[in-house]
Design a protein around this ligand. Structure first.
Ligand code: 6PG
Length: 257
């Protein structure tokens, strides 16, 4: 699977390029299939991307064809300051005409086990199988639903989505979404798992800031240590790393430009 690293002078330039990449995939998939399925990243870096998508890039997408999911959620109510849904609603969803029935929120306010079951049902109901779904390492033997695009961020500790170092969610090979209590995150998380994340047609990472440099170098150029660096479990079909120069500063292979 191709994996491409693109380094940009600033976070703003990285976010501009990422917005362009997202829109290009959305436009192509809507032209091909009449719909675009997207799993949003949480945290803070994506806010700038979502503001671009609902701002200068807004008119480029037929939002009525977009189906939005989340890669993970903090188990808090949707209006909580820590909610990934709230961040996406403020930066994107309140500003683009996606039909409410196509916004598939993780129920952060619910009991974790119930939220896990509910989201597994939503994924099964609204995602199409990956083309040529078949059993392969890290993927379940049954047909795996596939997002058109998964957006991912990278934690300073090498986590992604809510796949955290030393926790079991990253090692999951059958369930597509799991709830797990994460001491390092001071609470329960709901997260998509590697089998589902890796079935996506396209994966775009967005990484910015000097604090990410050690984790990025370890994930991309260090030895294979997926329990310590769960981001290494993401081995998608088409992976693009959109990184600013500050986060890339420890890479031996970062393109000079
Ligand atoms: C979350 C995210 C998480 C995030 C990384 C990077 O719920 O926190 O899904 O995986 O992408 O922690 O976060 P920043 O972009 O805020 O650095």
């Amino acid at each position: 699977m191709p994996s491409r690293l693109e380094v940009f002078d600033t976070a703003d330039a990285m976010l501009d390029a990422t917005a362009e990449a997202v829109v290009e995939i959305a436009v192509r998939r809507i032209a091909e299939r009449g719909r675009f399925t997207l799993a949003l990243a949480g945290g803070s870096t994506p806010r700038g991307l979502y503001q671009r998508l609902s701002g200068p890039w807004r008119a480029r997408v037929d939002w009525s064809r977009v189906h939005v999911f989340w890669g993970d959620e903090r188990m808090v109510p949707p209006g909580h300051p820590d909610s990934n849904y709230r961040m996406a609603r403020e930066a994107l969803l309140d500003h683009v005409p996606i039909p409410a029935a196509q916004i598939h929120r993780m129920a952060g306010e619910a009991d974790p086990a119930a939220a896990e079951q509910e989201y597994a049902a939503a994924l099964a109901a609204h995602l199409e199988p990956a083309p040529h779904s078949h059993a392969s390492p890290g993927q379940p033997s049954h047909v795996t639903p596939a997002f058109d695009l998964v957006l991912l961020g990278l934690g300073d500790d090498g986590h992604t989505a809510s796949l955290f170092p030393g926790k079991s969610a990253g090692q999951e090979t059958n369930r597509l979404v799991v709830a797990e209590h994460v001491d390092a995150a001071r609470g329960w998380r709901l997260t998509l798992t590697p089998p589902l994340l890796n079935a996506a047609r396209h994966t775009v990472w967005l990484v910015a800031g000097a604090a990410k440099a050690p984790a990025l170098a370890a994930v991309l150029e260090g030895p294979s240590a997926p329990d310590q660096y769960p981001a290494q479990r993401i081995t998608g079909r088409d992976v693009r790393w959109m990184v600013d120069r500050a986060a890339a500063r420890l890479l031996a292979t970062s393109p000079q430009g």
